[in-house]
Ligand binder design. Structure first.
Ligand code: NAD
Ligand code: DAU
Length: 334
């Protein structure tokens, strides 16, 4: 099978390409990625001389480029997006351009050439849960509350519209917070790990009691693999890690793994409109496709901390680039 993977130089996309080429030695992958601040070809350095893999630098909103690439693949797996909530609060425009309009360009090409399309989305489209609310499932109404989640919701609606209106063979997955290798260090887990390795503090928004469900990126990649091959067309699948924790629990666990003291915790100003709790009921994909998360959060976190300890060159290069400028600006405001 020939896959066109968008956003394959990012965190989840690069883990997915590595997973696919390891699991299916006969597959071919083309990676279309614009290499924004979040894209990093170092993640895929092991594939540089692999004839099954090809990298194309470009924008998913570039119709001519996308048309040619979609024409020559069997299926599109669409990860490319602006993915960071804090950035969407500072500059929503690029989120609409990439996440909504870029997705529509890909859908048009998939429609023209009759190609299978899998869209990667997020649990954030469902809004924010109270402590006793039932976990999100495929039937939860959409209620996005940040520019990021609104743009992802817009994309999801378009994908479904292309199924209902044009019969495009689509599937969608909405997953919870991923963690693992190659996670860009603006997100909570890699930010806290790398800050502590640099002797800095761990910034915690507000009271730190917000809840996220943590899914190891390898479990996520296995779930996408199952949906791509055996998911029912037109269907949505929710993917969760059975790892609901308060942010402060995560931060304290990383501190414990690294043998630091809790004085490194720094409570900072809260994120505007901060969603309180996300949780996922993954019964549908478990029952229909036999998938369930395999990595327990505690062991996954330990392995992730080890990865950042052993790959300091990777994140030090990332942190010293464009990211650093952004981070300083953000941090000074708090
Ligand atoms: P990421 O920010 O690490 O990577 C995004 C990739 O997309 C980068 O390589 C970037 O260069 C590329 N990209 C951005 N704009 C592009 C454009 N216009 N054209 C081509 N490439 C472009 O993101 P991630 O964390 O790997 O997330 C991947 C997908 O999964 C996103 O759609 C995101 O919304 C979704 N998602 C992420 C998480 C998570 O916890 N990280 C959870 C749920 C859903
Ligand atoms: O739920 C899925 C989503 O998870 C994905 O769709 C997004 O692409 C991904 O970025 C992630 O969004 P979050 O906003 O949940 O992730 P982030 O790592 O930015 O924040 C996790 C929690 O930690 C959130 O409650 C905010 C908090 N936080 C974050 C940062 C960066 C802090 O307390 N301090 C921080 O410095």
């Amino acid at each position: 099978m020939k896959l066109l993977v968008t956003g394959g130089a990012g965190f989840i996309g690069s883990n997915f390409i590595l997973h696919i080429l390891k699991t299916y030695p006969e597959y071919q992958v083309t990676n279309l990625d614009l290499l924004t601040y979040a894209g990093n070809l170092e993640n895929l350095a092991s594939l540089e001389n692999d004839s099954r893999y090809r990298f194309v630098k470009g924008d998913i909103a570039d119709r001519d480029l996308v048309d040619g690439l979609v024409a020559s693949c069997d299926a599109v797996v669409h990860f490319a997006a602006e993915s960071h909530v804090d950035r969407s609060i500072m500059n929503p425009n690029i989120f609409v351009e990439t996440n909504v309009l870029g997705t529509q360009v890909l859908l048009d090409a998939a429609k023209k050439h009759g190609k299978r399309f899998h869209h990667i989305s997020t649990d954030e489209v469902f809004g924010s849960l109270g402590p006793d609310d039932r976990a999100f499932s495929e039937s939860t109404p959409y209620d996005p509350r940040s520019p990021y989640s609104a743009s992802k919701a817009g994309a999801d609606h378009l994908v479904r519209a292309y199924f209902h209106t044009y019969g495009l063979p689509v599937t969608i997955s909405n997953c919870s917070n991923n963690y693992g290798p190659y996670h860009f260090p603006e997100k909570l887990i890699p930010l806290v790990i790398t800050n502590l390795l640099e002797g800095k503090t761990a910034p915690v928004y507000g009271d730190g009691r917000q809840v996220r469900d943590w899914l190891h990126v390898e479990d996520h990649c296995r779930a996408i693999d199952r949906i791509l091959h055996d998911g029912r067309l037109g269907e949505t699948y929710c993917i969760g890690g059975d790892g609901e924790r308060e942010n402060i629990w995560i931060v304290k666990k990383i501190i414990e793994i690294l043998g630091e003291g809790e004085d490194v915790i720094e409570y900072v100003e809260d994120r505007p409109g901060h969603d309180r709790r996300y949780a996922i009921d993954h019964k549908k994909i478990t029952e229909e496709l036999g998938w369930q998360p395999q990595v327990r959060l505690e062991s996954g976190l330990e392995a992730t901390v080890r990865w950042y300890q052993e790959n300091q060159d990777w994140w030090k290069r990332v942190k010293s680039g464009a990211y650093q400028e952004y981070y300083e600006k953000q941090y000074q405001k708090r």
